[in-house]
Design a protein around this ligand. Structure first.
Ligand code: FAD
Length: 293
């Protein structure tokens, strides 16, 4: 199923993100994760691709295919272009077609100082245009409630976001954020700019101090005072920090749903136990919202 149909059918879409295991781990680890995630009935599961700016990640298609054919859940395959040639993208698209994968999150990809970018694609928009030309895929794109780190201001970032939607992106997934007001302000500006496609809010449960330090340095998300207090108080106690991180994510989601957000995209960090606790805490709210009207 193409995801644009899903957004037409549901008031709130609830999705997960997983990543392929690191080279040092067995592929089986992701299958154990999917086993545990699948009975939470997400609307779709996205699979990252070469995250961190590494060269192509060959297991993305394989994992997306398992999500579709073994678990009968719709997959969204991420695909980055900055470090790719047209020829390589063509090969990945052939693999996606062969595995009947219809949904692609089209990304530029992060710059990696150790890997000089190729020249076939400069921005995600270039990949979206190409995918749209093929006509057979539903295309999603990324957006940044706190502005993409390379962009000088939100106005310009939203102009480029509009270019992605005009090129064919049918839904957007946001970068993680910890202050819902950042998301609401962003959404207001997005609609004002005439971007009307569904925007899913990206939520990352932060359950240990190391993870947050890494995330903030990677994506530049700001930390509200309330969150910093939680980290100072519980950061050295893993069980307490996990409970506090889950509670914080649930509170964010409850507020977002109550304010009519069209989708929640949960960055699961391949941790099904945390995803389960969060999903169970908000399942009735999502059911209730989808029943309304
Ligand atoms: P773009 O939309 O191309 O934007 C990149 C920058 O260029 C922005 O600052 C934008 O304002 C600017 N820009 C765009 N067009 C123009 C133009 N015409 N002129 C001047 N400037 C322009 N990375 C991975 O490697 N693998 C993944 O699987 C992955 N998944 C992600 C999932 C989500 C939901 C998100 C939010 C991010 C993900 N990323 C992933 C990270 C992403 O690749 C980086 O944030 C990357 O730096 C930007 O990608 P983009 O597609 O948003 O780029």
């Amino acid at each position: 199923m193409k995801l644009n149909t899903l957004f037409e059918q549901k008031k709130i879409v609830f999705s997960f993100e997983v990543f392929p295991p690191k080279k040092t781990s067995s592929i089986q680890t992701i299958y154990d994760t999917l086993d545990a995630l699948s009975d939470l009935n997400p609307d779709f599961i996205s699979v990252t691709y070469g995250a961190g700016g590494n060269p192509a990640d060959h297991s993305t298609v394989e994992i997306a295919s398992t999500i579709k054919h073994k678990y009968h859940i719709e997959p969204l395959a991420h695909l980055t272009c900055l470090n790719s040639t047209k020829e390589h993208i063509g090969q990945v698209l052939d693999e996606l077609r062969a595995n009947e994968i219809e949904n692609i999150l089209a990304l530029r990809g992060d710059r990696n100082p150790d890997v000089p970018p190729k020249t076939d694609y400069r921005y995600a928009r270039d990949l979206i245009e190409e995918l749209n030309h093929h006509g057979e895929f539903d295309i999603a794109a990324a957006c940044y409630p706190e502005v993409h780190p390379e962009c000088p201001d939100m106005e310009e970032d939203i102009l480029h976001l509009k270019e992605k939607v005009d090129a064919g992106a049918s839904h957007l997934i946001s970068q993680l954020f910890f202050d819902n007001n950042d998301f609401y302000n962003f959404l207001y500006r997005v609609r004002e700019a005439g971007i009307m496609v569904p925007v899913e809010a990206g939520i990352m449960p932060v359950t240990n101090r190391k993870q947050i330090e890494r995330m903030v340095s990677l994506c530049g998300a700001s930390l509200p005072k309330k969150f910093v207090k939680i980290m100072h108080r519980y950061g050295d106690d893993p069980a307490a920090m996990q409970d506090a991180g889950i509670a914080y994510a649930v509170e964010q989601i409850v507020d977002l749903i109550s304010n009519g957000v069209q989708g929640i995209h949960l960055y699961t960090m391949n941790n099904p136990l945390i995803a389960r606790r969060i999903s169970q805490s908000v399942a009735s709210l999502i059911r209730c919202s989808n029943r309304a009207e």
